[in-house]
Each structure stands twice: as C-alpha cells, then as structure tokens.
Write a protein that binds this ligand. Structure first.
Ligand SMILES: [Zn+2]
Length: 91
C-alpha cells in the first residue's frame, strides 16, 4: 500500500525522515499500475522501502491546478474586456 505525502518536495527539503523507520536516506524507485498501464517514479526510504509518495503525480496535479486557476482568471478578465468593448461599441 502506497502512502501519499501531501507536502511538496520543496517543502520537505529540511530534515525529511522516513515515517516508518526514521531513516533519512531516500532513493528513486518505480511502481506500475495496471489500469491505466503506466509506470510511475516514486521516492522511497533507502533503509526500509517505505514510500514517500508519488512526486511526479503530486507535481503534475499541482501544476494543473495552478494552470486551471490562471485560465479561470484570464477567462474572467476576457469577459470583462468583452463587456467593456460591447458597451463602447453600442455607445
Ligand atoms: Zn524507512
């Protein structure tokens, strides 16, 4: 069973320790899922193998969320501009 770390890797820069054994050394490994068939890179404890989560998925999810927020802001601003233009055009 994989555990998912909620903090980003950047926030974990200081004193990251394994939640299972307290170890401080980590390695990259990989796991695969069957549906959809994909392979993911994970960070796991070098001593006991406890997973720190799926940094790629977390990073992608975070980036997608940021982009979605930016797109929503832009859409809102475009609507405002369109409204102003329509008011100008109709006098
Ligand atoms: Zn460990």
């Amino acid at each position: 069973m994989l555990s998912f770390a909620s903090a980003s890797l950047a926030e974990e820069d200081m004193a990251v320790t394994c939640s299972k054994c307290g170890g401080g050394r980590f390695e990259l490994g990989s796991v695969s899922s069957s549906e959809p068939a994909r392979q993911f890179t994970i960070l796991h404890c070098a001593a006991c193998g406890q997973s720190l989560g799926l940094p790629e998925i977390d990073a992608v999810r975070s980036a997608l969320h940021e982009q979605q927020t930016t797109l929503n802001d832009l859409r809102h601003q475009l609507n405002e501009i369109r409204d102003r233009l329509e008011k100008l055009a109709t006098g």
